[in-house]
Design a protein around this ligand. Sequence first.
Ligand SMILES: Cc1cc2nc3c(=O)[nH]c(=O)nc-3n(C[C@H](O)[C@H](O)[C@H](O)COP(=O)(O)OP(=O)(O)OC[C@H]3O[C@@H](n4cnc5c(N)ncnc54)[C@H](O)[C@@H]3O)c2cc1C
Length: 355
Amino acid sequence: MKEFDYIIIGGGCAGLSLAYELEINDKLKDKTLAIIEPRTEYKKDKTWSFWKVVSHNFDDCVIKSWKNFTINIPKKINHLECLNYPYQSIDSGLFYEKINNRLKENKNISLFKDISEINSKNSFIFNSVPSIKKNHLNLWQHFCGVEIETQNNFFDDEIFNLMDFDCDQRESVHFFYTLPYSKTKALVETTWLSKMNDNSQKDYDNQIKDYLENHLNLRNYKITYKEEGAIPLFYPTYEETKNKINIGTAGGMTRLSTGYTFLNIQEHSKYICKNIENISKIRKFEISKKYQFLDDIFLRVLNENPKMMPDIFFKMFKGSPKTVIKFLSNKSNFFEDLKIILKMPKWTFIKALFN
Ligand SMILES: Cc1cc2nc3c(=O)[nH]c(=O)nc-3n(C[C@H](O)[C@H](O)[C@H](O)COP(=O)(O)OP(=O)(O)OC[C@H]3O[C@@H](n4cnc5c(N)ncnc54)[C@H](O)[C@@H]3O)c2cc1C
């Protein structure tokens, strides 16, 4: 059976981002890479959005970029600017196409459906398939989004809505998220932060229909695309071995308080690429311990006090949006952290710290 220098398990966001980073930096000229991916065809299955706090390789896959956004709770709305860090949405279909077209050109890169087709004994492995043990106490961000097209101009495409908490909370944390791509096209998503043990939260189609028709008062629209997912708000099990690094969700690249993962994956890919010649000796790349600690407290508060969360999120965005964006994108300094921490209800967070 054939052997390879490197193996990437899972040709999704993290696996392909890493392969692309290695390829464009000429790291695969004299090395071989096998990508293990069971899917039979690549098509758009996700929309990756984030504040662009660092550069990445996929500006040409961006559907739309915004410099304004809103967050709202019942009867209150906050309009915010993100001039320095625009919010971008990436079309996964364009991302897969761009990367696969580039990788096809290198004969040192091979694709397989299953790892049993190759000899993996002497390879260095990058694994993006998470090992998730079922635990009813774990929190998830689970959601369903639809892209809709309207007959007439309906949306203001200059401004997106990050969180609309003016909806049924059902003892959990629930909000809608709207990304208007144009005046007649938008992605509308229903999002829950919960332990996912209440199946009634999963009537996503009804939630979206009700939101569109009774909240936004939209009648003439058609659904052109749908995506559904669940992001673990805990770190998957990670087995440390000498010849293996976990990447993507499996490698702890999700910021647990937000679910944002895409840009962390890009930064991890750059780190691996930079150190590829020394790969078995490098320090583990991780989201800084400061954010791991703060997110842990934040999620404990969320778990114990779901009813307080719309207000907490709303308050977080009072003041400079730049500070909050940097905080949520792992780029804040000590003083910016402090500004965010001081906006939180003190006793609730102190209690969570000692629970
Ligand atoms: C619908 C959705 C929307 C999201 N939106 C955002 C967003 O807006 N912003 C953001 O920052 N993050 C977002 N995320 C979170 C995160 O960015 C994505 O989940 C991202 O795809 C994670 O990349 P990954 O490579 O870890 O996993 P994936 O992209 O899921 O890749 C894993 C790959 O492994 C393959 N695979 C599965 N089993 C095996 C196996 N046994 N052997 C080999 N391969 C296997 C799968 O087919 C898949 O291609 C979203 C997640 C989902 C699900």
